[in-house]
Structures are given as structure tokens and as C-alpha cells.
Design a protein around this ligand. Structure first.
Ligand code: ADP
Length: 487
């Protein structure tokens, strides 16, 4: 015994319980952890292994019987202390390879682990219950708030319909606007609590894509033009007339981004752009970009933007109002629709929010369509052909990405574009960019994204970024064996 204890001394201080027993089931060695946890002094040796694990081992005449397996497998057993109380263990039983009559049991007390896992379950349950109570509370409160706000709104509209003097009408319009803002906040809180509780469900249905954008435009155009800002909206001709998605929620994201763009911009323009960036079977990825020339956002503040209740700083919330929920809701909605939202911004130069979503495709054909504020509707493809088809090339081939005509036109337009950038003629660069974008409509996703990024950089009139994005687009095009340009 002396000999054995010396040779296994390093395991004496092991944290797990270690018991050595023989073919008769008699324990010949127990380390300090085993003695301490099982409540023995030195009297654990000579005990039978079935005293410690009565449910797993039975003492029989020839030694012991057990259903446990010997090997590497971890087994859950119940260990009994000297005072006959018990606790669960995770044990491994092995047969000593050098001495087939010896067995080793290595066991870890998992009482704490089990207790902790039960505690975690309990806390999770409590949190779930608290979340349920919270969302019910929020639903009730918002409903209670909505009723009086709508009551006030109804009465104001009635008063306005009856007709009043100019001064009173102005005040009533102000109250009406406040009520509408209040309703927006109530809706945001309700959506936020539903999203947090995982109770938010999308309601996809077939809708007319361009009508949806028209509606969004109509929601904002007055406020935007009232501020003297320009508004430009472009829709890729590759987006079919009808798509399947949750129209209301797409509108909600766009409304939020456009409201912010309008809120934080005092001069310049706001642009909205929608393109198709990928198609897999009957699903397609749409990419939206809302860009402004407003106050911009500091680099350090950009990460906080999509967190709930986050506003860049207190002075901004005092000046511009808002709950700081809008972008968090946009992020969660875009993610629910299989996409993501991103921001690029530069202080005092403007911000560009872009998000992607996946929608169902409808076989309705494609319609070219582009709209500038005050300039009416024009055909995007027509604009492209006007710029690119002057030499009598087949317009279809120009449009088809990868054809020699398309390559030639891309090359021409990219050269003109970069020349315009060098000459700081941003307006012209934007014009060539629009053509490049259309010429890459059918290009692979990464080319399209690179083209969009270049477009954003041009809109920002940021020379460094334009050259970097131009390089990236060029690399993509070159790696595909397409056009080659040097800056
Ligand atoms: P809110 O509902 O209060 O507008 P958001 O989540 O929509 O909250 O926006 C959070 C903050 O992000 C805003 O308070 C503002 O500081 C910043 N922000 C959002 N959009 C823009 C933008 N286009 N330009 C500058 N800052 C912006």
C-alpha cells in the first residue's frame, strides 16, 4: 500500500475525487478530494465501492457487480457520503492496464453545476415571464396612449374641416403635427417591445414596388422641399414591378431613414436608390441606399447608432427630438428580412445608410424607371442608351454585362468618370457613374456593390474614397477579364 500511495502521490492533490479499488470491490486508495467530499478521514480505504456508489455497484461474494462501463465514457452516478447523504457526480471508470485486478474511479462533484444549470433555467423562465409582463404592459400603455392622441387628432381634423382663421389654423396644424409625431413614437415603442419579445412577425404579400416608393416619396417630399433640399430617387430597372415582401415594414425602414436624412440636413440633397444585387431562384436581394449631405456622424458614434435608445449626444436629442429607437428597429427589421443595415458617414459632409433585404420575385417583367424631384419620370435605360449607344451599337448588347459592347462602354464611361473626378466636376462624374451603374446592372454581386460604393463616394465628393473605390471596382472588373483602367 505504501508503495502505491507513493507512486500515485501527484493525484493526491487533484481536484477531482479519485478512488482505486480491487477486484473484490475493496477501496485501496482515496485521494484527499474523495475523502473530504465523501466525509471520511482515513477510513475510506477498506470500504467497499458499493458503499460509495450503492446504485451503481452491488457487493457480491466474488467481489462486485455493476452495469457501469469501464473506459473513457463519462457517466452520471450518485455518490453517497459516510453520513448517507448523497450528491451527483460525473465519473469515469477505468481498469488499470498494468494490473487487471485494479480499477480507478475519477469523479467530479456536479452538484454545483446542476444547481447552476437549474438556476439558469429558473432565471431564464423568470426573464421570459418578466418580458411577457413588460410587453403586455407596453402594449396596454401604448394602446391607452393612442386612444386620447387619436381623440385629439380627430377633433383637430374636424375643426380644420369646419374652417377657422389663419392664426388658429396654424396652431391647429401644429397640434396635428405633434399628435402625428406622438403616434410615431407610440408605434416605435410598440414595435420595439414586440421585436425584443421575439413576437414580431412579418406579413409578406405581393405589392407594386414602384408604387411603394412613390408612397415613401410622397411622405417626405414636402418636408424636404420646404427645407430647400433636393430629392433624387433611382430604381434599378432590374427590380420587377411586383415583389413579395412585407411592404409596410420596408416602408417603415425607408421612412425612418428619410426622416433622419431630412432632420439632419439643412442644405444639399437627399437621395434614395434601390437596386437588385442578387437573385437565387425565386428570391432576390434588394439593396437600398439613403444618402444625405447633412451634419454627418462622428466615427466613434457610428457603432452606437443601431443600439436601442441611442442618440449621438444629448444636445442632438434636445435640438432634433426623437427616442433613439428608430435605427434599432430598422436594424432588427432588415435582419428579419434576411439582410443588414450599414452606415457610412463623415462629420459635416453627410451620411449614407444602406440596407439589404430579401424578397420574393414575381414574374412581371422589368420596367426601367427613374425619377428626379421636379424633373418627372424618365426611363433609366433610355438615359443609359442615350449616353452609351451613340455609335449605333445594339442597345441590348450594351446592357448585357460582359459583351464586347458592354465592356467597351464601361471602359469609356469609367475613363470619363475618373477624368471628371480629377477635374473635380462632380456633377459630370455622377452622370457617368449612373451609366456605369446601369452597365453593371447584370454584373456579379461584388461588382455591383463596388459600383454602388463608388457612387456613394462620388455623391460625397470625397476624392480619396472615390479613387479607392474606383480601384476596387477596377480590380473586380480586371479579375473577371473585363475592362482595364489606370487611374
Ligand atoms: P430617433 O428615432 O431618435 O431619430 P434614430 O435611431 O433614428 O433615433 O437615430 C439615432 C441617432 O442617430 C439620431 O439621434 C442622430 O444622432 C443619429 N442619426 C441618425 N440618422 C442620421 C443622419 N442621417 N445624419 C446624422 N445623424 C443621424
Amino acid at each position: 500500500m505504501e508503495q502505491r500511495e507513493e507512486s500515485i502521490f501527484p493525484i493526491e492533490e487533484a481536484l477531482e475525487m479519485i478512488l482505486v479499488f480491487d477486484h473484490a470491490g475493496k477501496i485501496s486508495y482515496a485521494n484527499a478530494a474523495a475523502r473530504q467530499k465523501l466525509g471520511y478521514d482515513n477510513d475510506l480505504c477498506k470500504r467497499h465501492i458499493s458503499d460509495v456508489f450503492p446504485n451503481a455497484f452491488r457487493a457480491v461474494e466474488k467481489g462486485f457487480e455493476t452495469d457501469c462501463t469501464f473506459g473513457n465514457e463519462l457517466q452520471n452516478l450518485v455518490a453517497y457520503r459516510k453520513n448517507l447523504t448523497c450528491f451527483p457526480v460525473e465519473a469515469r471508470l477505468v481498469q488499470d492496464a498494468a494490473d487487471f485486478g485494479m480499477y480507478i474511479c475519477m469523479a467530479n462533484d456536479i452538484l454545483e453545476k446542476e444547481f447552476l444549470s437549474r438556476e439558469i433555467d429558473r432565471i431564464k423562465q423568470e426573464a421570459k415571464q418578466a418580458m411577457k409582463v413588460k410587453s403586455e404592459f407596453v402594449a396596454n400603455v401604448t394602446h391607452e396612449l393612442r386612444t386620447p392622441v387619436n381623440g385629439v387628432l380627430g377633433n383637430i381634423r374636424e375643426l380644420l374641416e369646419r374652417g377657422t382663421d389663419e392664426e388658429t389654423e396654424k396652431s391647429l396644424r401644429l397640434v396635428e403635427r405633434c399628435c402625428n409625431d406622438m403616434n410615431k413614437i407610440i408605434n416605435n415603442i410598440l414595435d420595439f417591445s414586440k421585436l425584443e419579445a421575439g413576437k414580431f412577425t412579418l406579413e409578406p404579400r405581393r405589392f407594386h414596388f414602384r408604387n411603394m416608393l412613390d408612397y415613401v416619396r410622397a411622405n417626405h417630399i414636402n418636408r424636404i422641399t420646404e427645407k430647400g433640399l433636393g430629392f433624387f430617387m433611382t430604381v434599378s430597372p432590374q427590380i420587377p414591378e411586383y415583389v413579395i415582401g412585407d411592404e409596410l415594414r420596408i416602408v417603415q425602414i425607408l421612412n425612418n431613414l428619410l426622416s433622419n436624412a431630412q432632420k439632419f440636413t439643412s442644405w444639399g440633397k437627399i437621395t434614395l436608390e434601390a437596386v437588385r444585387t442578387a437573385q437565387v431562384n425565386d428570391r432576390m436581394e434588394l439593396f437600398f441606399i439613403v444618402s444625405d449631405t447633412g451634419i454627418g456622424i462622428d466615427k466613434g458614434d457610428r457603432d452606437k447608432l443601431f443600439q436601442s435608445f441611442s442618440q449621438v449626444d444629448a444636445s442632438i436629442s434636445r435640438k432634433y427630438g426623437g427616442t433613439g429607437l428608430g435605427l434599432n428597429i430598422c436594424k432588427q427589421l432588415a435582419e428579419l428580412m434576411g439582410g443588414q443595415i450599414e452606415v457610412e458617414s463623415e462629420k459635416n459632409k453627410g451620411s449614407t445608410f444602406s440596407f439589404s433585404i430579401w424578397v420574393g420575385a414575381c414574374e412581371d417583367g422589368e420596367t426601367a424607371w427613374q425619377q428626379d424631384d421636379g424633373k418627372g419620370v424618365s426611363s433609366a435605360m433610355g438615359a443609359m442608351l442615350h449616353t452609351t449607344g451613340e455609335n449605333g451599337e445594339n442597345p441590348e448588347n450594351i446592357r448585357k454585362y460582359g459583351t464586347p459592347e458592354n465592356r467597351e462602354n464601361l471602359k469609356k464611361n469609367l475613363s470619363k468618370l475618373i477624368l471628371s473626378v480629377e477635374m473635380e466636376n462632380w456633377e459630370k462624374a455622377e452622370m457617368f457613374m449612373e451609366t456605369v451603374r446601369q452597365l453593371t446592372e447584370e454584373a456579379p454581386r461584388e461588382v455591383k456593390r463596388a459600383a454602388l460604393k463608388l457612387k456613394m463616394a462620388i455623391q460625397k465628393e470625397n476624392y480619396e474614397k472615390v479613387t479607392a473605390e474606383f480601384e476596387e471596382l477596377n480590380n473586380f472588373l480586371q479579375s473577371e477579364g473585363e475592362v482595364s483602367h489606370g487611374l
